[in-house]
Ligand binder design. Structure first.
Ligand SMILES: *[C@@H]1O[C@H](CO)[C@@H](O)[C@H](O)[C@H]1NC(C)=O
Ligand SMILES: *[C@@H]1O[C@H](CO)[C@@H](O)[C@H](O)[C@H]1NC(C)=O
Ligand SMILES: *[C@@H]1O[C@H](CO)[C@@H](O)[C@H](O)[C@H]1NC(C)=O
Length: 415
């Protein structure tokens, strides 16, 4: 009898309606070439940097062998600049024959042979953002080509798109009609002033809301601010199968310190954001790899409720920000972000943290502090590095003790 009671008090699964291709039930995790490798195409001058089958294979090898796949990073996606500038005589897209000599199908097979999934980029315009052939007027044949190449993920950009409200659902319909489940990443709202998020969530698995991320703390801060300022417009559309996308993880590149990298990982997890790395995994420094592979943080991102967290409190000087996400079992993840350049020592009330007045068991997800108990009567004390974060999971004490009794019951019944 205790078990259903526990579920009733501590868990509340909300149903959702949206695109139903069985994909992205939790935010997708993977790698995308753009932020780190952009449109580097001269493989003679930059053999390890150019967009090529070698880069994709090298990345897939590291993802499979160094723990990324095991941690959940699954998709390896080529961004812009993979095709020839001209379509083939049959109207089909052709991969650049110097950089992808084995063809895309062989490449997707290679990636899949490692247990990973393969993604590709296109654009709903006459040209991609970097000037390669876009899908406009070729939607059906391009989708058929992707299915033939056994693609698992399609990112559709919006440079030069005539009417996103028409084009994105139409392209999604083509994807569906192939019968091959392909995760559909749309750049649709990023190209609009007043996006119709309901329509977007009905067509796309993930969608880019805002400007491209860059390799800098300034860029990460700008995106966090925008997501906080506009959260009421779109947070509610996130859920299993459909998520807002604040763009790639900068972590592992030159632009972020370790503390700043922890901030991005924490806030992206609160936002139920896709965790799409874009760094050279073969030269990743261990301190960044540790952040990317942090199981407790990833568990917050992948929480089954799929509920997007919110910015719940900002200090008057705008330097301290609290982000809060509801998790399965009435638990919560809270990220205390310090945007300033001096360390902060502060205490926060339940009200500021938007926590119900009750006792919590508190775990530091970056494991610098011992587990602690926050009593319903106390404020919560936090010390945060300059441009850094403290990231905790708050578990209601009642639920924690219920879990214990549930285990005890199981033990007794199996004896
Ligand atoms: C795409 O190209 C066609 C053919 O050149 C042209 O008629 C059309 O206006 C272009 N559309 C956009 C949105 O640029
Ligand atoms: C196509 O859409 C239908 C209806 O939503 C869905 O049941 C099916 O799984 C989709 N198939 C693919 C391959 O996306
Ligand atoms: C803060 O800075 C110290 C010293 O640079 C470092 O050891 C620590 O990991 C940083 N992070 C946090 C969250 O304290």
């Amino acid at each position: 009898m205790l078990i259903p009671v526990t579920i009733f008090i501590c868990g509340l699964i909300s149903p959702s309606q949206s695109l139903d291709n069985g994909l992205a039930l939790t935010p997708p995790m993977g790698w995308l070439s753009w932020l780190r490798f952009g449109c580097t195409i001269d493989c003679e001058k930059q053999p390890t940097e150019c967009i090529s089958e070698n880069l994709i294979k090298r990345t897939a090898d590291v993802m499979a062998s160094e723990g990324y796949l095991e941690a959940g990073y699954q998709y390896v996606t080529i961004d812009d600049c993979w095709p020839e500038k001209k379509r083939g005589p049959d109207g089909r897209l052709v991969p650049d024959n110097k950089r992808f000599p084995s063809g895309i199908k062989a490449l997707s097979r290679y990636v899949q042979s490692k247990g990973l999934k393969f993604g590709i980029y296109e654009d709903y315009g006459n040209y991609t953002c970097a000037g390669y052939p876009g899908v406009l007027g070729h939607e059906a044949i391009d989708v058929a080509t992707f299915a033939e190449w056994e693609v698992d993920y399609v990112k559709l950009d919006g440079c030069g798109a005539p009417d996103p409200d028409e084009g994105y659902p139409m392209f999604g319909k083509h994807l569906n009609e192939t019968g091959r489940p392909m995760l559909y990443s749309c750049s649709w709202p990023a190209y609009q002033k007043h996006p119709h998020y309901l329509a977007i969530a009905e067509s796309c698995n993930i969608w880019r809301n805002y400007a491209d991320i860059a390799n800098s703390w300034h860029s990460v801060v700008g995106i966090m601010k925008w997501f906080g300022d506009h959260q009421d417009e779109f947070a509610k559309f996130a859920g299993p199968g459909h998520f807002n996308d604040p763009d790639m993880l900068v972590i592992g590149n030159s632009g972020l310190t370790v503390d700043q990298a922890r901030v991005q990982m924490a806030v992206w997890s609160i936002l139920a954001a896709p965790l799409i790395m874009s760094a050279d995994l073969s030269t990743m420094k261990p301190e960044f790899k540790e952040i990317l592979l942090n199981r407790d943080v990833i568990a917050v991102n992948q929480d089954v409720l799929g509920k997007q967290g919110l910015r719940v409190w900002t200090s008057d000087d705008k330097k301290q920000v609290i982000w809060h996400r509801e998790l399965e079992g009435d638990a919560r993840a809270l990220a205390f972000v310090n945007l300033g350049d001096k360390a902060i020592d502060n205490s926060y009330s339940h009200e500021q943290m938007l926590l119900p007045i009750q006792d919590f068991f508190v775990k530091d997800l970056y494991k610098e502090e011992q587990d602690q108990i926050l009593s319903r009567n106390d404020d919560f004390h936090v010390r945060i590095n300059a441009t850094g974060v403290k990231f905790y999971k708050f578990i209601p004490k009642e639920c924690e003790s219920d879990d214990v009794s549930e285990n005890e019951i199981k033990e007794i019944s199996t004896r």
